[in-house]
Design a protein. Structure first.
Length: 199
């Protein structure tokens, strides 16, 4: 099937898919609708050769990981590192008086995926995990679409890389430490890597 000018409009419960081609989009969408519980068809004027299939998303199970808690020693020094050195956005910094703590959330600038919750250690047993949440393994993976630009920028800002850039079968990668010692991969996946379909 051929189509052109394909676009989608989405709100919280409904996706509209439209095609301005001479073919209705219904057969094109069939492969995406398996398992959808409520489907309604709306066909517009044949002369205009437009068609629309509306998919009701109510009742469809959708999940995502919203936050990963990163144990830190101090809120402000952690914010300074992630915002001023890594270039992340500060999405939230709210004081919660009932627990005498702050809800601090950062994320890569412009990203729409998982965010980091900067959680200050409040007990001695939590303090032992600062900088070592993965037992010495790489803990977090920062994807980029411009590896050498980010790598050079981080080096200029004093970020310590413990493994220099290396080309692998899945892309370019280097390993750096955050201010407490947690290990991160800076990675740019190859064009055909399956992770690219998730961004």
């Amino acid at each position: 099937m051929t189509q052109r000018n394909l676009f989608a409009l989405q709100n919280s419960t409904t996706i509209f898919a439209l095609s301005l081609s001479r073919f209705c989009l219904s057969e094109f969408l069939d492969c995406f609708l398996i398992g959808f519980s409520e489907v309604e068809y709306v066909r517009w004027t044949p002369s205009a050769r437009h068609c629309c299939r509306r998919v009701n998303l109510k009742g469809i199970r959708m999940q995502l990981i919203v936050h990963i808690a990163l144990v830190v020693k101090d809120y402000d020094e952690a914010i300074d590192f992630y915002v001023n050195k890594l270039g992340f956005e500060l999405l939230d910094d709210t004081y919660q008086p009932e627990q005498d703590k702050r809800w601090v959330v950062v994320a890569p600038y412009g990203g729409k995926g998982t965010t980091l919750l900067l959680a200050r250690a409040s007990k001695p047993e939590q303090e032992t995990f600062i900088g070592n949440q993965a037992g010495g393994r790489v803990f977090l993976f920062l994807s980029t679409n411009d590896f050498y630009k980010d790598y050079s920028n981080y080096k200029e800002k004093g970020i310590v890389f413990i493994r220099e850039p290396k080309e692998t079968e899945y892309g370019m990668v280097a390993v750096f430490k955050d201010l407490y010692g947690n290990l991160w991969d800076l990675v740019q996946f190859t064009d055909n890597h399956p992770m690219n379909t998730r961004f």
